[in-house]
Ligand binder design. Structure first.
Ligand code: SF4
Length: 330
């Protein structure tokens, strides 16, 4: 494995919301003790149902959400202890592509201004240097230079996502979070944007965290996959480890939602019920209320990471004391 770009240890993120007629406060436990490494040059997919905490995790990494506890380091520097200068550099180095290109662009700004704004705010480059950067990023993302004088509403969804990607690139980041980057686009456009992200990763030596619930997108883009459930990473491994030899019952259930994935085992684990509320987390293993393999111990104790083999870890009591390549009959 290559060098670590990001190292997350025991990260917690909570929200306090008001709910009900009496406005009683509720604590939403969005991220619950996540420890995770992101390696330089990889695409790490974080997958799970809507509400599992994957977008909150990504925003916490970028300091767009406040973390309650834990540490995040970027290139060896503790993100929570950075001074002003280091934090500014970090914000330039770590960018985000949002799900919806319609709402992520300012409708009142021409595309050239949209791409120039991060350079105006964060650099002291000359106007000519800024123009050269914008020209380069527009070219690399397939944006016609003549269209830089237009407004966002004059573009299709796919073109707007290209613009959002170009904007994320103008400050030459090392790390990009792509949060459901194609889910708001027509199916016919999705492949173009996925191909673009793949090409950009190579061209600019980027590292990606891909947030998605779409198994086919993971299959196409990811190098490694982390499966998230109620704010925890319940399984992590290389793409082939997760797709060919999934271990956690939840991972199996998620993969079953994509029946035509090549190389996937034909085992079937069907999910029961809905995702429990993150304001009222189940005791023990958080998946026990929906797990077809639930045992007494699962209701009382939370499983820790169990190493299946190189880089493949799972949080599930079924694999305690089992050797490499262990399997559980469904
Ligand atoms: Fe299911 Fe128990 Fe494993 Fe949790 S620890 S996934 S409840 S078998």
């Amino acid at each position: 494995m290559t060098d670590k770009l990001i190292e997350i240890k025991d990260l917690y993120v909570e929200y306090v919301t008001q709910k009900g007629a009496f406005g009683k406060n509720q604590i939403i436990h969005a991220v619950n003790g996540v420890s995770l490494d992101v390696y330089k040059g990889e695409i790490l997919a974080v997958a799970g149902e809507s509400g599992c905490g994957k977008s909150t995790l990504a925003k916490a990494i970028l300091k767009l959400e406040t973390s309650k506890a834990g540490t995040i380091s970027f290139n060896g520097l503790d993100v929570f202890k950075m001074n002003k200068k280091q934090l500014k550099e970090y914000r330039n180095s770590a960018q985000m592509i949002f799900q919806n290109p319609y709402s992520s662009l300012n409708p009142k700004m021409k595309i050239f201004e949209t791409l120039k704004e991060p350079l105006d705010i964060n650099t002291s480059l000359s106007e000519i240097e800024k123009f050269e950067i914008i020209k380069d990023k527009a070219d690399k993302t397939g944006i016609d230079l003549n269209s830089l004088k237009l407004y966002p509403h004059e573009f299709s969804g796919g073109q707007r996502q290209r613009i959002a990607i170009a904007r994320a690139l103008v400050l030459n980041p090392e790390f990009i979070v792509a949060d459901e980057p194609v889910s708001a686009l027509d199916v016919s456009i999705q492949a173009q944007i996925l191909n673009l992200l793949k090409a950009l990763k190579k061209d600019f030596n980027l590292t990606f965290m891909l947030i998605t619930h779409d198994i086919s997108v993971i299959k196409y883009l990811a190098d490694r996959v982390a499966i998230m459930y109620l704010g925890e990473i319940v399984e992590i491994g290389s793409k082939s480890q997760i797709f060919v030899n999934p271990k956690h019952p939840y991972t199996k259930a998620l993969l079953n939602a994509a029946p035509n994935i090549d190389g996937m085992k034909s085992e079937r684990t069907l999910l029961k019920g809905d995702l429990p509320s993150p304001s009222n987390l189940p005791s023990g293993c958080k998946f026990h209320t929906r797990c077809p393999h639930c045992m007494d111990v699962c209701k009382k104790a939370a499983p820790n990471d169990i190493v299946i083999n190189d880089g493949h870890k799972v949080k599930c009591f079924l694999y305690l004391n089992k050797a490499e390549n262990c399997s559980v009959n469904d």
